[in-house]
Design a binder for this molecule. Structure first.
Ligand code: FPP
Ligand code: MG
Length: 369
């Protein structure tokens, strides 16, 4: 409520950074100039994920401004809500991977020219829009109040508005998809939305099996990267085997990414995560560290099935995970997927972009945020 009042109070100002005092975090309303500044400070960061930033510099230059243009609306409330996360403060790992795959594929089939086509650029934008739209909805489902260090859309503008904002982002991404004019690409991209919804539903039903967890993880996280990589590879006119290889690269990177996300939920502070720590357990969700820990502490299976709903369940689970190899095994599994992703790059000719994709796969496993 406080967040809502605060952001409304600033809605006529060009750019503001204000205290979201209920969470002691900063809530920012961002303008185009801020996006430029955000990009500068991000470049100065020393994350291994940005070592290869120069390869996609051109692609990312007006990326978020272009998305904002697609989301342009004459309804101020809709515009404020939809622009909110497209502020270039995140890692933007999805579009960067999509651009690198597009460039690596283009080099392989277009006489060493890596030039990203308009259609491939649209795929990267669509991927980011679907991702963000789904997060706006996810925060309603999870009743989350913080994301990326700021108040969520539902916290600022309320749940009903957040649902509508997510729908609008998704509908504008569909518009962009239609403008590509390729039914195969429409099939791949709509599969992502299908998977996101199925994955979210799978997450609601508790299970103690790794099979369920990994299928859910594919649907909620990996499908988006996998099908986006597949789409740009197809647009590059690679052959069917190479397109499948790029899909597999994205699939494995996506699973590795989510395994590490699930691990960090146990090992990092709320400040580092930009959202509450141990959120998964508190939402009743059993992720890889718990499933591994349950092999050593079978009592966890009952807690998983009742979604950690009794008073001491979360605490007991945290202790059991600590007293197990759950975190190490999760990282090991992520590393295996990253290695598999790297293997699929073998179908590409050598290039800087291929090297970047190779390094990024493992850097995602070694990240601490
Ligand atoms: C983050 O999950 C959420 C997702 C990856 C997808 C959520 C999908 C939906 C809500 C359904 C589909 C909606 C649309 C608009 C396509 P998380 O809660 O595990 O991660 P978090 O910690 O970042 O919230
Ligand atoms: Mg969530």
């Amino acid at each position: 409520m406080l967040c809502r009042t605060l952001i409304r109070a600033t809605s006529n100002m060009a750019s503001r950074s204000i205290r979201c005092t209920s969470h002691r975090m900063c809530l920012t309303k961002t303008t185009s100039r801020d996006i430029h500044e955000n990009r500068k400070s991000y470049k100065e960061s020393d994350s291994p994920l940005i070592t290869f930033q120069n390869l996609v510099e051109e692609d990312m230059t007006s990326f978020f401004l272009d998305i904002r243009q697609v989301l342009e609306s004459d309804v101020p409330l809709l515009k404020d809500m939809c622009f909110y996360y497209f502020d270039d403060t995140g890692k933007s790992i999805r579009p960067k991977i999509v651009f690198l795959v597009a460039r690596a594929c283009n080099r392989a089939v277009h006489n060493n020219s890596s030039y990203v086509t308009e259609e491939q650029r649209k795929v990267a934008m669509i991927a980011e829009m679907i991702h963000t739209g789904s997060l706006i909805h996810d925060d309603v489902v999870d009743m989350s109040s913080m994301r990326r260090g700021k108040c969520t859309v539902n916290e600022v503008w309320g749940e009903r508005n957040a649902i509508l904002a997510g729908n609008y982002v998704l509908s504008r991404s569909s518009h962009l998809l239609a403008s590509i004019g390729d039914t195969e690409i429409v099939k791949y991209i709509s599969t992502i939305i299908d998977d996101l919804v199925r994955g979210e539903l799978m997450q609601i039903s508790p299970s103690t099996t790794f099979e369920h967890y990994l299928r859910k993880t594919y649907r909620k996280t990996a499908s988006l990267i996998a099908n986006s990589c597949k789409s740009v590879a197809l647009l590059s006119r690679m052959d069917a085997g190479q397109v499948e290889g790029m899909y597999q690269y994205g699939r494995n990177v996506g699973i590795a990414f989510q395994l590490i996300d699930d691990l960090l939920d146990f090992s990092q502070s709320a400040e580092d995560l930009g959202k509450p720590a141990n959120a998964d357990l508190r939402l009743g969700l059993a992720t890889a560290p718990v499933l591994f820990a349950a092999e050593r502490h079978p009592f966890l299976n009952d807690l998983i099935l009742r979604r950690f709903s009794r008073p001491d369940d979360v605490e007991r689970t945290l202790n059991a995970v600590k007293d197990s190899d759950g975190l190490e095994e999760t990282r090991l599994l992520a590393r295996q997927h990253a290695t598999d992703a790297q293997r699929y790059l073998g179908i590409l000719e050598d290039s800087d972009e291929k090297e970047a994709l190779f390094s990024i796969a493992m850097a995602l496993v070694d990240r601490v945020k």
